[in-house]
Design a protein around this ligand. Structure first.
Ligand code: F6R
Length: 587
């Protein structure tokens, strides 16, 4: 949510900052801005909307001959989307950009107003800026330290002072890294993607650390100098390219076979290298959004195939609810970014109770990857499209393997090692049927509402299919447990309303089909997605039959491509749907 880039070095920062923002645009794109500084001169340029608007504005402006600057792309939290609320903010000598939420912004604002500060925006960021400025008397580190002691909430700040040629940054509960460029050249970024074209060497700023960037770097915490390890990212500079695809979403769906192979390979002959869940009496799977829906598939597999008691919960609920840890419990956190605020909070809650945590995560340097007790990394590579696709598939794949790992050690169970090997090829064959999905997309693109129904694992699949469709195409879509529809919602079924029925679990196939008959008889346009041919409905998608472990991994890509095609036909901004952000780093 929101993105930060900063630069200090020999070059003019303008292009570096703008290009960096473009790489972070998927994290928030309501408005953007840059601040450039040279000697005692400072220039701030802001614009509402996409980075392209900012770039156009910058191109029309006479730019300061500068060697230091900070930039930001915003996903609004405090205050509506307008230029006043866009970052950078400046109060007195202090100019800063901010990711996160200052929870006590109202109290701080009141106090600062009483002291005579005049605010120009509604943001919590300007409050933080004013607070740092209040304490700034030429000693930047002291001012930042004092101000951050009073701030409650999450923040990553990149800060400049009008009378200093140094750049500063600090963070709490919101990620920030410092990149090492060529000689005496340094970057600040909320995500390595923003600076990967310039460097792969970086340090991770830890909670409470303050970095001072001059011709060198100094990191301090509570007044003491901290020695930092320089890390090398394995991210490739060209991994952000669309590789000829019109959208990242399509590129990332098409990458599913490759990333599946990469993620599954280490376990083909060594499934025992995965954590053994048999030592636990209960598993809590906690995540948000699609990651939580991947968890729901995991729950079904762990319960049905491995007889483990599992709850699967939305992290924003779990973090505040009463949780019983009276059995030996493992908390599994699923997160692509590893920075989702609620999932981090859920992890920390479990750790407060000394409960073991296991993270299934993509970004290896993320907070969840670093703070969880154990990690399983999915090898999705960077996922740029806001709507997750390939990372979701890999999350499901890991849950399937974890479940299989228990099942085979406890019971005589089918051997799925051959399936693991052929799965990437089967997914590719499904993805190659784009024309079939386009045909369905054309049938539903003009509808205002769509329903998905399924039971058990097919309900979990329905939830993901429905979320994908609504978030990228803006068609209102709901997923229902097939048996539940007639307890109220069936009143919404009208003639030609599309209803997808997901039917892969043969044990309850007939039950779901009865429910589909109920909507069919009310005129719905019925679309069956199944692993066997089922006649009698308007449209169908049939995928090869697999074991229960991997069946969802053949079905969900079809729903992803249908959602993609519908969004494309409706002319939506597929990679950056409105109001969304890739990584939800605030509550
Ligand atoms: C939907 C989507 C979101 C994320 C959710 C969790 O397409 O991408 O629902 O799945 O915000 O994000 P992570 O996995 O980064 O914790």
């Amino acid at each position: 949510m929101c993105g930060i880039v900063g630069y200090r070095g020999e070059k003019q920062p303008k292009d570096i900052l703008v290009e960096g923002l473009k790489c972070l645009e998927y994290r928030g794109y309501d408005s953007a801005g840059i601040a450039l500084k040279e000697n005692d001169k400072l220039q701030i340029i802001k614009s509402v909307g996409k980075i392209l608007n900012l770039e156009e504005k910058i191109n029309k402006t006479k730019i300061l001959d500068s060697h230091m600057g900070i930039a930001h792309t915003r996903w609004a939290t405090h205050g509506e989307v307008n230029e006043d609320n866009a970052h950078p903010h400046m109060v007195g000598n202090t100019v800063l950009v901010h990711n996160g939420i200052i929870e006590n912004a109202n109290e701080l604002r009141k106090m600062l107003v009483e002291e005579g500060v005049v605010f120009n925006s509604e943001t919590d960021t300007e409050v933080a800026c004013a607070l740092i400025n209040k304490y700034y008397d030429g000693d930047a580190i002291k001012a930042i330290e004092k101000a951050t002691k009073e701030i409650v909430g999450s923040y990553a700040f990149a800060i400049m002072f009008t009378d200093s040629d140094k750049l500063y940054a600090t963070r709490k509960d919101s990620p920030l890294i410092i990149g090492y460029g060529e000689d005496k050249e340094f970057f600040i970024a909320s995500d390595i993607a923003a600076i990967i074209s310039y460097t792969n060497r970086y340090i991770l700023l830890e909670e409470g650390e303050i970095v001072e960037i001059s011709d060198d770097i100094k990191v301090v915490k509570k007044g003491k100098k901290v020695k930092k390890e320089v890390l090398i990212t394995d991210l490739e500079a060209d991994s952000k390219d669309k590789c000829g695809y019109p959208h990242y979403m399509l590129k990332e769906i098409m990458e599913e076979p490759v990333v599946l192979e990469k993620t599954l390979k280490p376990y083909i002959d060594d499934i025992d290298s995965l954590p053994d869940l048999t030592e636990y009496e209960e598993v809590h799977i906690v995540a948000c959004g699609s990651a939580m829906y991947a968890g729901m598939i995991g729950k079904t597999l762990l319960e049905e195939n491995s007889c483990i008691r599992v709850t699967c919960e939305i992290a924003s609920e779990y973090r505040y609810k009463k949780v019983f840890y009276d059995r030996k419990t493992l908390v599994i956190l699923i997160s692509q970014s590893g920075e989702t605020a609620d999932t981090i909070a859920a992890m920390r809650k479990a750790q407060q109770y000394d409960v073991d945590t296991l993270a299934i995560v993509n970004v290896k340097t993320s907070t969840i990857a670093r703070e969880s007790d154990r990690q399983i990394f999915i090898e999705a590579g960077p996922e740029i499209a806001v709507a997750t696709t390939k990372a979701y598939i890999l999350q499901v794949a890991i849950m399937a393997l974890l479940s299989y790992r228990v099942a085979y050690s406890r019971y005589e169970t089918e051997n799925i090692s051959n399936e693991i090997k052929i799965l990437p090829r089967l997914v590719k064959e499904v993805l190659d049927r784009r024309d079939d999905f386009l045909k369905i997309a054309k049938e539903i693109k003009d509808n205002e509402h769509v329903f998905f129904i399924g039971r058990k694992v097919d309900y979990a699949i329905s939830l993901e299919g429905s979320l994908k469709l609504k978030e990228v195409s803006y068609i209102h879509s709901e997923a229902y447990q097939a048996g539940e529809l007639k307890h109220g919602t069936i009143s919404l079924i009208d003639k030609d309303l599309p209803v997808f029925a997901i039917i892969t679990d043969s044990d309850i196939k007939d039950k779901t089909l009865s429910n589909l008959e109920e909507v069919k008889s009310r005129g719905a346009k019925t679309i069956v997605v199944s692993n066997e041919k089922i006649d009698g409905y308007d449209l169908e998608v049939v995928v090869p039959k697999l074991s229960s472990y991997f069946q969802p991994i053949l079905v969900v890509p079809c729903l992803q491509l249908i959602a993609y095609e519908v969004a494309r036909l409706r002319g939506c901004d597929i990679d950056k749907p409105k109001n969304l952000a890739k990584s939800v780093t605030v509550e």
